[in-house]
Design a protein around this ligand. Sequence first.
Ligand SMILES: [Zn+2]
Length: 100
Amino acid sequence: MKTRRERITLLLEESDHPLTAQDIAEALGLENRNVVFEDIEHIAKSLKREGKQILIRPATCGKCGYIFSPKSAKRPSRCPKCKSEWILLPGYLIRRKGKK
Ligand SMILES: [Zn+2]
């Protein structure tokens, strides 16, 4: 039996498009997608040792198109520019370094 983090890693390695925490939670049958954000941060750190990297499609504001910093895997709650709370979630993919 794989751990939740292993399953998320596998999912992101095999996907051909970025998956949001919502997608991941649904794929794994998790009720609380907030755990996914925590897992992603953990996974991002441990991947470095394996020669893999996590690619983050940054969260964007659904109202004005503001792009949030891709550095944080966390979900922003509000747009700093227009104060909208309509935030499109960040998407994640895992790829081996040096390959495309
Ligand atoms: Zn905005």
